[in-house]
Design a protein around this ligand. Structure first.
Ligand code: FES
Ligand code: FES
Length: 153
């Protein structure tokens, strides 16, 4: 099977790589770019652990091929903090103990970041709706909602 050349900007860094047409974006980012912050929880679009922001839109990166991201701008959890400086949302997750095993956390942070960009003052219902595509197997939803609520203006 022939590979395809793709150019993708991830967290502000441009990468050019050859990829198989069948390779998923999550596998490309984790395996080819070595950015392992985004997790794989299901590979079927259900858990949200692989969430990324692609061209400003929240996507589940296991539902997208790497070749579809050719020319795109991708944001992953690694791109949220500036150096050691956490975003207010990341800080709030820490302060509200909004993670247990942490497996869902990258996806939760990305989904909540996308929400707060689109709507800086979400209601509790809007927060719950925005995170409904993200599963926390530790069932730590309450603290996650509290963490997002705390940074909502
Ligand atoms: S790994 Fe993509 S939604 Fe679960
Ligand atoms: S903190 Fe463990 S899956 Fe959410």
């Amino acid at each position: 099977m022939s590979d395809h050349q793709v150019t993708v900007t991830v967290n502000g860094v441009e990468y050019e790589r050859e990829v198989e047409a069948r390779k998923l974006l999550i596998h490309f980012v984790r395996d080819d770019l070595d950015l392992t912050g985004s997790h794989i929880g299901c590979d079927t679009g259900n858990c949200g652990a692989c969430s990324m922001i692609v061209n400003g839109t929240l996507v589940k990166s296991c539902m997208m091929l790497a070749v579809q991201a050719d020319g795109a701008t991708v944001e992953t959890v690694e791109g949220l903090a500036e150096g050691d400086e956490l975003t207010p949302l990341q800080q709030s997750f820490s302060e509200h103990h909004a993670l247990q095993c942490g497996y869902c956390t990258p996806g939760m942070l990305i989904s909540a970041t996308a929400l707060l960009r689109a709507n800086p003052s979400p209601s509790e219902e809007e927060i719950r709706k925005a995170l409904q595509g993200n599963i926390c197997r530790c069932t730590g939803y309450w603290n996650i909602f509290e963490a997002v609520k705390a940074v909502a203006k």
